[in-house]
Design a protein around this ligand. Structure first.
Ligand SMILES: Cc1ncc(COP(=O)(O)O)c(C=O)c1O
Length: 468
């Protein structure tokens, strides 16, 4: 028996005792939902069955057994600005009354395009239902306009339900990720994985001249949290430009950095952006954006201009091939879904950008995160733990390593402490605290109170005291 086993057994019993109604629901869910829930990730929590939600507001969630939780998971990011956002609820309800989706734009569409361009610095946008769809579209377009087959990603990445990104680096070689269900093509033929923060490996991966795009998060957030080293992004941009590869930045999680994401805050210069999850305040919508030059190349590709001539592309508004007026593709392109760009989703994005993801909201998120990081760091130092805390903006992560790992290979040892991870998550749930179930991610919303942050820090401290 391991040293945490008695604590886990005790906490599991306590969870069952405190959740009789959720337990009954779990039985019912087993009857007709594969995995016992509408989506199998809902079973990834440390509890023996899922908490069934009654209500959520701001950073507080209540279950059907009347247990109340401080929510630092926030739906694993869509709720970054809090649950039950009044401006988003109002905007979506109004739009639903006028019809949710028409395969036609509303007047809001022009405004949302302008808001996205102004905030994130890229000129042309498309809407999707998820960040996964946005990444898939960008990968497809990058390959089309460059006429190159290969995508480079960073070892340990996750960019959604995107087959091309399901690779990892083992013993210096790109391998298929074993988690990719039902895949019959060998993704390693067209995707290369390189270690994050390793400009030399990146240069080598780009050297054959066959790379359409590098797809990255500004800081890696799905393999613990790995921050970029000084100058890494500068090198990444210079190397992609030199190799003629596009740079796609996935801001889905790092939108926590500031109103324009890490791209604005850190002065990144991507050719394309993917932004999902919180961009519509929790409503299912996402966007992808491209620079004027990338857009012009898309338009030229559509017009049948060969790849070699694409470098000459311009973006003048009066150019007959201008991306501003010409549909990028028509009909069956393999890009786009029926409900993508629906009016209700755009209403949710407009409300989020105008009234929710404001400078004030970020000020409160970032100052709350400072308190959280300071509190956790104090516990780690006082308790002499071989842990550290890293954060990008309002997204913080406890890492079970003495210093922040610089890449996924280094992070894997920390992530391998599965029992510790499980025990701490379960302990927190039983103390009324939710953090993301997958690793130790804690998100601070504008609604998160100082008292909630103090409770989280105190609960981690108490866990360490009890676990020994
Ligand atoms: C960085 C990143 N990009 C994209 C996605 C995919 O988002 P979605 O599941 O909403 O499609 C995720 C999901 O966790 C993500 O972490």
């Amino acid at each position: 028996m391991t040293y945490l086993a008695p604590l886990i057994a005790r906490e599991t019993q306590a969870f069952v005792a405190a959740h009789p109604k959720s337990a009954a629901q779990a039985q019912a869910l087993q009857q007709h939902w594969l995995s016992g829930a509408p989506m199998h990730w809902m079973r990834d929590w440390a509890s023996p069955f899922p908490i069934v939600v009654e209500d959520a507001e701001g950073a507080t969630l209540t279950d059907i057994d009347d247990n109340v939780y401080d929510d630092f998971c926030l739906g694993d990011t869509p709720g970054m600005f809090g649950h039950g956002l009044a401006p988003v609820a109002r905007a979506v309800a109004e739009q639903m009354r006028a019809g949710a989706t028409y395969m036609l734009p509303t007047t809001l569409a022009a405004e949302v395009g302008a808001l996205l361009a102004e905030r994130f610095g890229l000129q042309f946008w498309q809407a999707t239902l998820s960040a996964s769809d946005a990444n898939r579209a960008l990968i497809r377009w990058a390959r089309a306009v460059t006429n190159k087959p290969v995508i480079v990603v960073f070892d340990g990445c996750y960019h959604g339900m995107v087959e091309d990104c399901f690779v990892e680096l083992r013993h210096g070689r790109t391998r298929m990720d074993a988690g990719l269900v039902g895949q019959v093509s060998d993704m390693t033929r067209t995707t290369r994985a390189v270690p994050f923060n390793d400009a030399g490996a990146l240069e080598a991966a780009l050297a054959q001249g066959d790379v359409a795009a590098v797809l990255c998060e500004p800081a890696m957030t799905n393999c613990g949290m790995i921050l970029p080293e000084d100058n890494f992004h500068k090198r990444l941009r210079a190397l992609t430009r030199k190799a003629g590869a596009l740079l796609i930045v996935d801001e889905t999680h790092t939108l926590s950095t500031g109103p324009g994401g890490a791209t604005k805050a850190w002065g990144l210069e991507p050719d394309a952006l993917c932004i999902g999850k919180a961009i519509a305040g929790g409503f299912p919508a996402a966007v992808w954006g491209v620079s004027a030059e990338f857009a012009a190349r898309i338009t030229l590709w559509t017009a049948g201009v060969p790849a070699g001539a694409l470098q000459q592309a311009t973006s003048h508004q009066d150019d007959p091939l201008s991306p501003a007026g010409t549909p990028a593709v028509q009909g069956r392109s393999g890009i786009g879904t029926t409900l993508a760009g629906n009016a209700a989703g755009l209403a949710a994005i407009a409300a989020t950008l105008r009234e929710v993801a404001t400078e004030d909201a970020y000020r409160s998120m970032l100052s709350g995160t400072e308190k959280l990081v300071a509190g956790m760091s104090e516990v780690i130092v006082r308790r002499k733990l071989p842990w550290c805390v890293v954060h990008v903006g309002a997204r913080a992560e406890i890492v079970f390593a003495a210093a922040p790992p610089e890449n996924a290979a280094a992070m894997r040892a920390a992530l391998a402490q599965r029992e510790l991870n499980h025990a701490l998550h379960l302990y927190l749930i039983n103390r009324g605290i939710l953090i993301a179930p997958f690793h130790m991610m804690m998100l601070v919303s504008p609604a998160t109170s100082e008292a909630q942050i103090e409770r989280l820090v105190a609960a981690v401290d108490a866990f360490v005291g009890e676990a020994g």
